[in-house]
Design a protein around this ligand. Structure first.
Ligand SMILES: Nc1ncnc2c1ncn2[C@@H]1O[C@H](COP(=O)(O)OP(=O)(O)O)[C@@H](O)[C@H]1O
Ligand SMILES: [Mg+2]
Length: 349
């Protein structure tokens, strides 16, 4: 999958204006109660639709009301039996209220924190950018590689980030992803490499290409990246799990470790390798989630040390807080244990 950072994908939010005048009270097919109910419904529709970013057409479709009818009803110009349309909208609001309430109950994760691991990653990325070097960053899953790289890309100029997958591991797949991220439009594949290289060309304090999930890249693709570093003097950071580290480690002596590897190894300016989360980082993250009860903290540290680090803690607290909200209780050890059991953890971070 290709991930583009630093580009806003926000849709423009539809504007819902509250009607100035209500339905015509002189018609015989409505009572004052119907009209009062209409005003209440209008306000709720506006609130939910604005929060969800729904247009009038979206809402009409969701209610199951013809577009034109909804539009008339909403503007107060519906001349049929108001009560019937009111009822239909009310039923929809009740149903939507339940699901929207559920979504609102999922608390959002802490914003970026300067954890020890994050600082180490930031320093390594910074080095790669200013020194136009190739670096390898390998941390255990869930320690914050992706989050920190995104933070770096979002806060510094000339930083690009792509995320590799088993589908984009070849030179061609990687270049296609890169072209998209760098807004390079070249249809002739032979010119693609050059066009991308030009875009990555060192400028100012340096350019940096971050390649997340780099363990997916095949050897030729890594070689192509090295080429960009050599010719265009950009920095490249290979970020991923321990496979990439193993590939370039000093003591490797299997057959694939041919001349091209020797060359790449020589070009690796800096490596960052951490197999275990820092205890301080686990504590920082747990406290940022607002969990302070000593038993709960202890339990979550255990969760973080079982593999998956902060990512695993994050998911557990989220589910626990939904369980707690469901029972109308504040979050406690019992919910965390329940969430952990419930998640039947399979490593997916
Ligand atoms: N520095 C950080 N600040 C805040 N939250 C973090 C930080 N690092 C990790 N996390 C949390 O842990 C989760 C997993 O982090 P992620 O960057 O996806 O890990 P990795 O890429 O190393 O597997 C994130 O979704 C986030 O909730
Ligand atoms: Mg990641």
């Amino acid at each position: 999958m290709n991930e583009i950072v630093g580009t806003s994908h926000l849709k423009s939010t539809p504007v819902w204006e509250r009607p100035l005048a209500g339905p015509d009270a002189s018609l015989a097919n409505r009572t004052e109660t119907d009209i009062n109910a209409w005003w209440l419904l209008i306000d709720q529709v506006i609130e939910i639709a604005t929060a969800q970013g729904w247009t009038k057409t979206d809402v009409a479709r969701r209610i199951g009301m013809p577009d034109g009818t909804f539009s008339q009803w909403f503007s107060g110009k519906y001349n049929g039996r108001l009560e019937n349309q009111n009822k239909q909208v009310q039923l929809w609001l009740d149903a939507v209220g339940e699901t929207v309430g559920l979504v609102a109950a999922i608390p959002s994760s802490p914003a970026f924190l300067p954890t020890i691991a994050a600082k180490e990653v930031l320093e390594t990325l910074h080095w790669a950018q200013v020194a136009s070097d190739m670096v390898i960053i390998t941390l255990e899953a869930g320690m914050g590689k992706t989050m920190t790289c995104k933070h770096f890309a979002a806060t510094r100029p000339h930083v690009y980030m792509v995320t590799m997958s088993p589908h984009t591991k070849t030179v061609h797949g990687m270049l296609t992803d890169l072209a998209q991220e760098l807004d390079v439009m070249v249809h002739n594949p032979a010119r693609l490499t050059r066009a991308i290289g030009k875009r990555l060309e060192r400028s100012g304090d340096g350019t940096l290409l971050i390649v997340d999930e780099a363990q997916n890249l095949n050897d030729d693709a890594v070689n192509q990246l090295r080429h960009f570093v050599d010719i265009h003097r950009c920095g490249v950071a290979l970020v991923g799990n321990t496979e990439i580290y193993g590939r370039f480690s000093k003591n490797r002596d299997d057959k694939r470790d041919g001349p091209s590897y020797a060359q790449i190894k020589r070009r690796i300016g800096k490596r960052l390798l951490r197999n275990k989360p820092y205890m301080d980082d686990l504590r920082t993250f747990i406290s940022a989630w607002g969990v302070s009860d000593p038993d709960a903290v202890k339990f979550l540290i255990g969760v973080g040390n079982k593999g998956g680090a902060l990512g695993q803690i994050d998911k557990t607290v989220k589910l626990a807080s939904m369980l707690a909200t469901g029972c109308g209780e504040p979050i406690s050890l019992k919910h965390l244990q329940g969430a952990w059991k419930n998640r039947d953890v399979e490593m997916d971070t």
